[in-house]
Design a protein around this ligand. Structure first.
Ligand SMILES: C[S@@+](CC[C@H](N)C(=O)[O-])C[C@H]1O[C@@H](n2cnc3c(N)ncnc32)[C@H](O)[C@@H]1O
Length: 287
C-alpha cells in the first residue's frame, strides 16, 4: 500500500493514480513523460525518484490541465501519424482524425499511379500533414502554406526536427495567394484541413478548444468559407486530373459536395468516415 505521509516511498504509480478521478490515465502519462523527459515505456520500466519537489511540479501541471489547458500545450508536444511534433499556442493541435487525410493521400497516389507527386498542404498549421507526407512518400515534393507567421515558424521547426527541411517549401499568405512566389505552382494533390467551425459556434466550444488560435477554427458564418475558395480557385493550381483531399466538419458533407458540384469540373470520388462514424475526409478529382 502507498501512504501519502512518506512512511512508504512514493513511486510513479502513485502519481499516475493520484488524479485518476480528474484526468485520463493517458494524459497523466503524457505529463509524467514530460516531467521526467523520458519515453512512456520508461515510466513502467525505470525506477524514477518521486520526491516532494517532483510531486509539487506534477500537481502544478495537473492543475493547469484541469483548468482547461490542453496537455499538448503544457508539454509542447503532440503525436501525429506516430511522429512527434512541436506544438505551441500558436498552432492548432493535430487531431487523430486528420490522419485519414494522410492515408487518403497514399490511396490517391496508388489509384492514380502518380510518380514523384507534387503535393500542396494548404493551412499547414504545425506542419503535421506536410511532414508526415514527406516522411511517408519519399519521392514527393511538398509545398506547405499558412497565413499565420508564428504557425509557419513551428511548421519549419518540425520539418527540421524530422530532417525534412529540404523536402518541404513553406510560404506565408492567404490561402492560394501564398503561392505567388512559388515556382511552377501546379500540384497533383491539394490537401487541406481548413478552419471549418461556424463563427457563432466558437463561444460554445470546449474550453480546451477555445484556447487554440481562433484563426485555425473560424470557417466563417456557415463554416464553409474555405471550401468555397478552394472550389473556386483550385483548378488554377491542380494538374489535369489532380485531386483535392479535404477534412470536413460534422454535417458538412452535403454542403461541401454541393459547393464543388456547382462548378461542373469536379467529381466527388469518395468520402470516408472517422472512428466516430462522422463523414470526415473528402476526395475530389478535377475532371
Ligand atoms: C484547422 S487548422 C489545421 C492545421 C493542420 N493542417 C492540421 O491539420 O492539424 C487550420 C490552419 O489554417 C490556417 N489559416 C487560417 N486562415 C487562413 C488563411 N486565410 N489562409 C491560409 N491559412 C489559414 C490557420 O493558421 C491554421 O493553421
Amino acid at each position: 500500500m502507498i501512504l501519502k505521509n512518506n512512511i512508504c516511498k512514493k513511486d510513479i504509480f502513485y502519481l499516475i493514480d493520484k488524479y485518476s478521478h480528474a484526468i485520463p490515465r493517458v494524459e497523466a502519462e503524457m505529463l509524467l513523460e514530460y516531467l521526467f523527459n523520458c519515453a512512456r515505456i520508461d515510466l513502467y520500466i525505470k525506477d524514477f525518484k518521486v520526491d516532494e519537489t517532483i510531486e509539487e511540479l506534477y500537481d502544478s501541471l495537473v492543475s493547469r490541465r484541469i483548468s482547461g489547458e490542453p496537455v499538448q500545450y503544457i508539454t509542447g508536444r503532440a503525436e501525429f501519424m506516430g511522429l512527434d511534433f512541436i506544438v505551441t499556442k500558436d498552432v492548432f493541435i493535430p487531431r487523430p482524425e486528420t490522419e485519414l487525410l494522410v492515408n487518403m493521400t497514399r490511396d490517391t497516389l496508388n489509384v492514380t499511379q502518380t510518380k514523384n507527386p507534387k503535393i500542396l498542404d494548404l493551412c499547414t498549421g504545425s506542419g503535421n500533414i506536410a511532414v508526415s507526407l514527406a516522411k511517408l512518400i519519399q519521392e514527393a515534393e511538398i509545398v506547405a502554406t499558412d497565413i499565420s507567421e508564428p504557425a509557419l515558424k513551428i511548421a519549419e521547426k518540425n520539418a527540421v526536427r524530422h530532417n525534412l527541411s529540404d523536402r518541404i517549401k513553406f510560404y506565408k499568405g492567404n490561402i492560394f495567394n501564398a503561392l505567388i512566389f512559388a515556382k511552377n505552382p501546379k500540384f497533383d494533390i491539394i490537401i487541406c484541413n481548413p478552419p471549418y467551425i461556424k463563427e457563432d459556434e466558437l463561444p460554445y466550444l470546449q474550453k480546451e478548444v477555445k484556447v487554440e488560435p481562433e484563426i485555425a477554427l473560424n470557417g466563417g458564418g456557415d463554416g464553409l468559407d474555405f471550401y468555397r475558395i478552394i472550389a473556386k480557385e483550385s483548378h488554377r493550381y491542380l494538374k489535369k486530373f489532380g485531386s483535392i483531399l479535404l477534412e470536413i466538419g460534422f454535417g458538412q458533407k452535403k454542403d461541401v459536395e454541393n459547393i464543388f458540384s456547382s462548378y461542373n469540373i469536379f467529381e466527388i470520388y469518395k468520402v470516408i468516415k472517422d472512428f466516430s462514424g462522422i463523414e470526415r475526409a473528402m476526395w475530389i478529382n478535377l475532371l
